[in-house]
Design a protein around this ligand. Structure first.
Ligand code: SDX
Length: 427
C-alpha cells in the first residue's frame, strides 16, 4: 500500500506521494507542491531535503552504516583494493579479475598528461595551495580533451572514466611537485595505481622510489574509505554543475573547490594543524574541548561532528585502527596521535558533545596516517580528492544517464518591495 503525506495549508488539504527507498527511507515527493499550493519549502543547507534518488551509496547516520553498491565499507576496506572499489562505485558491480585487469590497462592508456599542461602549472607560485592548483588543472584538462562525452554511449562513457582516473592522479601529484620545486614525474604503466601515486609524489631524478608495501596498502585502504559518501557538499556540487551539461572535468574541478573548505574535506588539514597547535600549547586536550564548547570562541573541534552521522563515522573507526597499525609497523611514535585519542576519549563522555551527537568523522585520524606516510599537511585534502574521485565520477554519470533536470533551487525573497529610482544628485 503506497503511503501518502497530507498537508493542510491555508484552509485546504493536499495529498503528496511518499517514495520509500530500498532501505525503507521515506521521502515526501513535493514535485507538485508549488503548482498546487503556491508555496515552496525552505531548508538552508538541505538538512531535510533529498536532491535525487541514487543507487550508489547508502549510509545510515543513526546506525553508523556505510555501503557502496550494497557492500559494507568494512568488507571493502579489508578485502578489496582501490581500483576494484572504484570500478564497483562507478559501474555498480564488483569486477571479475579479468575485468579489473582490463580496467587498469585502459586507465594506463591515458596516464600521459599533455606536456603543455606544464605551462599552466608553471604560472602558479610555489606558495599556491595544492587544492587551488588541482581545481585549475582539472578544469584545464578540458582544453586538451575538448570532446563532449556522449553519456548514452557506454564505450565513450567508459573511456571518459578511464581518462579521468588516469590523468587526475598525475596532476594531483604535480601540485606537490610544484610546491617543492621538484620536476614533474610521469606515471609508470608497469606499476600499480597506488604505487604510482607514491612514485609520482616522491621519486626524484637522483634515484628510484623505494617501494614500501605497508605504505601502499595503508593508502589503498584510505582511498577506499573516501571513495563516495552520497550527497555530501562536493558531490552535490559535481552533480549540480554537471546538471547544466558542463563536462566531467569542469564538474570535478568544481567538486575539488567545494572539498577544499575546512568544514568539508579541508578538515583533515585543519585537524592536523589543530593537533599541532594543541601540542605546542602543552598538549592540554581539556583546554581545547572547553574552547570548542564556548559559544564566544570561534574554535571548533575539527574532525568532529557530521551532518549525517549522529553515531560513530564507520570510516573513523577503521582509520583509527589503521593509524595504530601503520605507525607501529613504520616505527613512528607521533605524540599527536595520543593527543587525538585523549580528545576523543574526553569528548565522548562530555555532555556538550554527547547531547549534540558529535563523534570523530573521517577527517579526525586520517591526517595522522598521511603524516606518518610522509605526506605534507597541505596535501591532505588532495589525498581526499584522489579517494573521492570515483564517487564524483559515479554520481555525475548517474545524474547524466538518468537525464536529471538542471539543478535550480528556489528562494524566499526578503529584500525591498518595488521602489522608485533615485537620480544620482538626489542620493
Ligand atoms: C566531511 O557530508 C559528508 O558526507 C561529508 C564527508 C564526506 O565523506 O564527504 O563525511 C566529509 O566533510 C566530514 C566533516 C569534516 N568537517 C569537520 O570536521 C569540521 C568540524 N565539524 C563541523 O563544522 C560540523 O560538525 C559539520 C560542518 C561537519 C556539520 O555541521 P552541521 O551539520 O551544519 O551542524 P551544526 O554546525 O549546525 O552543529 C550542530 C551543533 C552546533 O551547536 P548548537 O548551535 O546546537 O549549540 O553542534 C555544534 C554546533 O556549534 N558543533 C560543534 C562541532 N560540530 C558541530 N561544536 C564544536 N566542534 C565541532 N566540530
Amino acid at each position: 500500500m503506497s503511503k501518502t503525506a497530507i498537508l493542510e495549508y491555508d484552509g485546504k488539504k493536499y495529498e503528496f506521494p511518499v517514495i520509500v527507498g530500498s532501505e525503507n527511507e521515506p521521502a515526501i515527493d513535493i514535485n507538485k507542491l508549488r503548482d498546487l499550493t503556491g508555496a515552496i519549502t525552505l531548508d538552508p543547507g538541505y538538512k531535510n531535503s533529498g536532491s535525487c534518488e541514487s543507487k550508489i551509496t547508502f549510509l545510515d547516520g543513526e546506525e553508523g552504516i556505510l555501503r557502496y553498491r550494497g557492500y559494507a565499507i568494512e568488507d571493502l576496506a579489508a578485502k578489496a583494493d582501490f581500483l576494484e572499489v572504484a570500478y564497483l562505485v562507478i559501474f555498480g558491480e564488483l569486477p571479475t579479475k579479468e575485468v579489473l585487469a582490463q580496467f587498469e590497462t585502459d586507465i594506463r592508456k591515458y596516464t600521459l598528461v599533455n606536456e603543455e599542461m606544464k605551462n599552466i602549472i608553471d604560472g602558479f607560485p610555489k606558495t599556491a595551495h595544492p587544492m587551488g592548483v588541482l581545481s585549475s588543472l582539472t578544469s584545464a584538462l578540458t582544453a586538451f580533451n575538448p570532446k563532449v562525452v556522449n553519456v548514452d554511449n557506454e564505450k565513450e562513457m567508459y573511456e571518459a572514466v578511464c581518462k579521468t582516473m588516469g590523468k587526475f592522479l598525475v596532476i594531483a601529484t604535480w601540485t606537490y611537485r610544484k610546491m617543492m620545486g621538484y620536476p614533474l614525474n610521469y606515471y609508470d604503466n608497469t606499476k600499480g595505481y597506488v604505487e604510482n601515486f607514491m612514485r609520482l609524489m616522491f621519486e626524484l631524478p637522483t634515484g628510484p622510489y623505494a617501494k614500501n608495501q605497508v605504505v601502499i596498502d595503508a593508502l589503498d585502504k584510505l582511498f577506499i574509505l573516501h571513495a563516495d559518501h552520497e550527497q555530501n557538499c562536493s558531490t552535490s556540487t559535481v552533480r549540480i554543475v554537471g546538471s547544466s551539461h558542463a563536462g566531467l572535468f569542469a564538474s570535478i574541478s568544481a567538486g575539488v573547490s567545494a572539498l577544499w573548505g575546512p568544514l568539508h574535506g579541508g578538515a583533515n588539514q585543519a585537524v592536523l594543524e589543530m593537533l599541532e597547535d594543541i601540542q605546542k600549547d602543552g598538549g592540554d586536550a581539556d583546554k581545547y574541548l572547553a574552547k570548542a564548547k564556548d559559544k564566544e570562541d570561534p574554535f571548533r573541534l575539527m574532525g568532529f561532528g557530521h551532518r549525517v552521522y549522529k553515531n560513530f563515522d564507520p570510516r573513523a573507526k577503521i582509520i583509527k585502527k589503521a593509524a595504530d597499525e601503520v605507525l607501529a609497523t613504520l616505527g613512528v611514535n607521533d605524540p599527536i596521535l595520543q593527543i587525538a585519542k585523549k580528545l576523543e576519549e574526553s569528548a565522548l563522555v562530555d555532555e556538550y558533545f554527547v547531547s549534540r551527537k558529535l563523534y570523530p568523522n573521517v577527517d579526525f585520524y586520517s591526517g595522522i596516517i598521511y603524516r606518518a606516510l610522509g605526506i605534507p599537511t597541505e596535501m591532505f585534502t588532495v589525498m581526499f580528492a584522489i579517494g573521492r574521485l570515483p564517487g564524483w565520477i559515479a554520481q555525475w554519470k548517474e545524474m547524466r544517464v538518468n537525464k536529471e533536470p538542471i539543478g535550480r533551487p528556489r528562494q524566499i525573497y526578503t529584500g525591498y518591495p518595488l521602489r522608485d529610482f533615485v537620480a544620482m544628485d538626489k542620493r
